[in-house]
Design a protein around this ligand. Sequence first.
Ligand code: ATP
Ligand code: FE
Length: 355
Amino acid sequence: LTFLGLESSCDDTAAAIVRLTDGQPEILSSVVAGQTDLHAAFGGVVPEIAARAHAEKLDLCVEEALEEAGLGLDALDGIAVTAGPGLIGGVMSGVMCAKGLAAGAGLPLVGVNHLAGHALTPRLTDGLAFPYLMLLVSGGHCQFLIAKGPEDFSRLGGTIDDAPGEAFDKAAKLMALPQPGGPSVEAEARKGDPKAFAFPRPLLDRPGCDMSFSGLKTALLRARDQVVAEHGGLPRQIRADLCAGFQQAIADVLVEKSRRALAEYLKLAPANPGFAVAGGVAANQAIRAGLETVSREMGADFVAPPLKLCTDNAAMIAWAGIERFRSGAQDGMDLTARPRWPLDRSAAPLLGSGK
Ligand code: ATP
Ligand code: FE
């Protein structure tokens, strides 16, 4: 089975081709065109600009993905596309493009939940078997899921306010560091002392897997203002210390809550317990290391996909499309773009999602 995947739900336009042969997936090509420069002046992603850029870039990305894989449309068995959740203009561009390609080439069309793309990535990269525990931690989401099938996820808990990626991005803004905030705060944190400032660890004193990150941002703002008032500016070393303390607080919360989620999941007595992390924040080395340690302590195999497959990409969408298609699912020309689309159908729609 060979699938083309399209992704355009946020600020990356992406196309990729994934092939499954004898149960072995292979990424034949993966093209990602970012838009960071387009949004830089605005301090965040501007939906209108994003939608227009997606519409312009999708065709080029598809051409490039096919060329890199050395394939024509006729070599494909289906088209997978992110149908939500995300910025609606971008998702619509992707869905329209996919419909055009599927209709033109007479191929099956499979709509994919962007979060399922992230959550199924450990199966693409490491062949992880169901059921496994998953921490999905990105720019807009933060939740623990037990993945039981390509469309069967149950949520154990998640953030009740901001997602950590969003918190990193806002922290970067406060620290006058470039966007996206995660990588720049992480680089700064490497030079700092995580114990120099005391940041709160929200909700750690409460049972369960729910998390909260909005208070951390406020704490960082207060600490910064105090430093600026005292020093008349933000000295370099103090900025590094603030970043280190902030990152450590997020890592500690994620690690401790992972311990609880793992305990919950292990009650299911899975044959080969696996704990996987995905989403952009999973690119953070300090957080990865902490999660790996807790996973080892709890006796679960830890899977963290390569950084390029943690952040938004279309290989995960092509793969999720293959998984859905294999389980008999397919969409028609009435496939719609959905701005909100919780993975766990029983989930309270207002919890665990920043978008
Ligand atoms: P979602 O998947 O929830 O819709 P998204 O697609 O915007 O959101 P991703 O592309 O998965 O999110 O991840 C982007 C986020 O990951 C950004 O907020 C970015 O700051 C964060 N991020 C990227 N690298 C790092 C890092 N090294 N450390 C911490 N955060 C990071
Ligand atoms: Fe994402």
